[in-house]
Design a protein around this ligand. Structure first.
Ligand code: UDX
Length: 448
């Protein structure tokens, strides 16, 4: 089989490469000639573990090609995937479909035989129909079907998510298109990966509802963490106790500084907009959006409180800028809210991140960028762990104690154990676990 993939961003590049790994001939197309040239030379524009090697392998095998020419990508293709960006509109937060419709128009001009047009981009309900209308208007004689096939790829684990998905969702009413999609995903089908065959509308909702539900789950446990702090509960125990209930599940119950990234913030906002538009208000999701925004901001207050009420002229060492580990993506990262808040409270910021610093330098000012964690924490009045990179999980605490000015750690990802930090004499503040007061857990002080 042969497919074209329009858009070599995160989703397009990962999907195209993985389809090539499935044995399909793939041509990825992008308007950005520089990007295509770099891809041809094996330079991958994003940081995603394993992707560079897989691209090289598939290019070498002759199954993966890059071009700026859509007609070439569509020559003899059974399907064309639309994987262009749908950024939130600056006006109202709705997904901006300009690039999707542009791609659809161009695709229309190049349809020769029966072609399945697959929407991989995250798009509002009704987009499959609108794409159908755009193509029909541009090329009334075209023989095609439009399918919604949302992606559920996590950054940092995208290849594994593509190769071993929990499910594949295919939204179309055309049996002919379904057959093509089944064939494309055949390696997964053989592995008994569940295939959800549904209408385009349900498929489009599944994508938003899944991401929004996960955002709700995270926000829920974050608020439970606040309660744990107030009453000396331990949110990790609570999450474990809840998660063992098979109906709840243990995943996405890690309390932290609030979710970020390229999907949850964008998709929750878009779902709220879609709900409003169709007079089906998504009040839970709206609340989650508000609570999460407030939470990211409140993390700075937590740091200030841990520093005794003021960070003025204090050196705060920030470990981690990316919105999560194993990515250089800093979109909607909590660090981008926390750092400016601390700076406006008078703090001097030193920071590091294993791969996201180049991106961070473009948007954060007056930060002392350091090559690793130890260089960052030197003479710090407080250390804030914002992203749970492996590099930060196993810090040598004797060395940390020697380097810092004040033994104060604010661990927004709960990667260290409270009693150990207590024994080492750190003022250690984490999320949803009993706070330390003068080196002792609050509960111990009350018990004494
Ligand atoms: C997400 C979805 O998981 C994926 O299916 C979808 O297609 C794209 O959006 P991604 O944004 O890459 O993937 O990251 P994810 O691992 O889901 O984390 C999102 C955010 O939630 C991060 O900021 C992360 O730190 C936070 N998070 C996640 C928590 O705070 N607690 C958790 O338990 C899980």
């Amino acid at each position: 089989m042969k497919i074209g993939v329009v858009g070599t961003g995160y989703v397009g590049l990962v999907s195209g490469t993985c389809f090539a790994e499935f044995g399909i001939d793939v041509i990825c197309v992008d308007k950005d000639a520089g990007k295509i040239e770099r891809l041809k030379n094996g330079i991958i524009p994003i940081y995603e573990p394993g992707l560079e090697d897989l691209v090289a392998k598939q290019v070498k095998a002759g199954r993966l090609h890059f071009t700026t020419n859509l007609a070439e990508a569509m020559e003899g293709a059974d399907a064309v995937f639309i994987a262009v960006g749908t950024p939130p509109s600056v006006i109202d937060g709705q997904a901006d479909l300009t690039y999707v419709f542009e791609a659809a128009k161009e695709i229309a001009q190049n349809i020769k035989g029966y072609t399945v047009i697959v929407n991989k981009s995250t798009v509002p309900v009704g987009t499959a129909r609108r794409v159908t209308d755009v193509i029909r208007a541009a090329n009334p004689n075209a023989d095609f079907d439009v399918v919604s096939n949302p992606e559920f790829l996590r950054e940092g684990a995208a290849i594994d998510d593509f190769m071993r998905p929990d499910r594949v969702v295919v939204g179309t009413t055309s049996e002919r298109a379904r057959a093509v999609m089944r064939e494309l995903y055949r390696p997964l089908y053989i592995n008994e990966t569940p295939m959800v065959m549904t209408t385009p509308e349900s498929s489009e909702i599944i994508k938003y509802a899944s991401n929004a539900f996960l955002a709700v789950k995270i926000t829920f446990i974050n608020e439970i963490a606040n309660l744990c702090e107030a009453v000396d509960g331990n949110v990790q125990d609570v999450a474990k106790g809840m998660g063992l209930d098979g109906r709840i599940g243990s995943k996405f119950l890690h309390a932290g500084p609030g979710y970020g990234g390229s999907c949850f913030p964008k998709d929750t906002l878009a779902l709220v907009q879609i709900g409003e538009q169709h007079k089906a208000p998504q009040t839970i999701v709206q609340t989650v959006v508000d609570v999460n925004n407030a939470r990211q901001k409140s993390m700075a207050d937590r740091v200030i409180a841990a520093c005794g009420g003021s960070v003025k002229d204090k050196k705060i060492a920030v470990l981690g800028i990316a919105f999560k580990p194993n990515t250089d993506d800093i979109r909607e990262a909590p660090s981008l809210v926390i750092i400016p808040e601390l700076q406006s409270a008078g703090a001097k910021i030193a920071a590091t991140d294993p791969v996201a610093m180049d991106n961070a330098k473009k948007v954060l000012n007056n930060v002392e960028w350091c090559e690793d964690a130890y260089a960052t924490i030197k003479d710090a009045d407080a250390v804030v762990i914002v992203t749970e990179w492996n590099e930060f999980r196993g810090l040598n605490m004797d060395k940390v104690a020697d380097l810092v000015k004040t033994k104060c750690i604010i661990d927004l990802r709960n990667i260290y154990k409270l009693p150990e930090m207590e024994e080492r004499g750190f003022h250690y503040v984490s999320i949803g676990r009993p706070a330390l007061i003068d080196g002792k857990a609050a509960s111990k002080i009350r018990a004494a």
